[in-house]
Design a protein around this ligand. Structure first.
Ligand code: URA
Length: 216
């Protein structure tokens, strides 16, 4: 008679369903929003009109991170609603993505005075919020637009011109994410000759969505 073979693994059984439920996500996002709203001693918060937290579908498998709110975003409390947002919408449409189907946030959630770039200390401080934000949304693809988003999660020692357009893995709170760094739409408005690189990156993103059969 054939013996039954047992394979024992020296690891605990994972009985926890890792995919967060929709209601839990909404609750976690609300908690994070309150935490950011209550940030102390922050020049960004003290000068901004509104908190700009996130926009779109929190259950999306694609998450985009920009830099920080501009004037229009500060007025409306929503990311990417000004000129950069108009270009972002066109970029997404070019690869057949409806903006409502994805989730968008920024590195800093309050408008920097005079649209200045966030300071390194601000980027570091807000990166804790961003990491939590990424963990809650739990996307299959994370797109970092611009050097500020890149710096926030990868540090400041690398250059966007070298790092863009390449699939990378990033560990955030013990989970691995697939990441693409690409140019920020506001940069493309200033440097339209760079749009060809952005287009190449967008096509890579589309290809990955198709190969992973994501629901976007
Ligand atoms: N630029 C950004 O990075 N984010 C916005 O929300 C708007 C412009």
């Amino acid at each position: 008679m054939k013996e039954i073979e047992y394979i024992f693994e020296n690891k605990p059984i994972n009985r926890i369903i890792t995919k967060p439920k929709v209601e839990d996500k909404i609750d976690l996002l609300e908690k994070l929003k309150t935490k950011i709203q209550n940030i102390d001693n922050c020049e960004l918060k003290s000068q901004a009109k509104k908190l700009v937290f996130g926009d779109g579908n929190p259950n999306s498998e694609l998450m985009i991170v920009g830099e920080g709110p501009g004037e229009k975003e500060d007025q409306m409390g929503k990311p990417f609603v000004g000129d950069a947002g108009t270009l972002l919408n066109k970029m997404l449409k070019a690869i057949d993505i409806e903006r409502e189907k994805i989730y968008i946030t920024n590195v800093v959630n309050f408008r920097p005075p005079n649209n200045r770039k966030p300071e390194p200390a601000e980027i570091t401080r807000y990166s804790e919020f961003l990491k939590t934000h990424v963990s809650i949304i739990n996307p299959k693809i994370l797109v970092l637009m611009g050097s500020t988003a890149m710096e926030s999660l990868f540090g400041s020692k690398i250059k966007i011109s070298k790092e863009r357009g390449i699939w990378k893995e990033l560990i955030v709170n013990n989970k691995k994410y697939l990441v693409m760094i690409t140019f920020h739409p506001a940069y493309l408005l200033r440097q339209p000759d760079q749009k060809r690189y952005s287009w190449a990156d967008l096509k890579e993103i589309r290809k990955k969505i198709d190969s992973l059969q994501l629901n976007i």
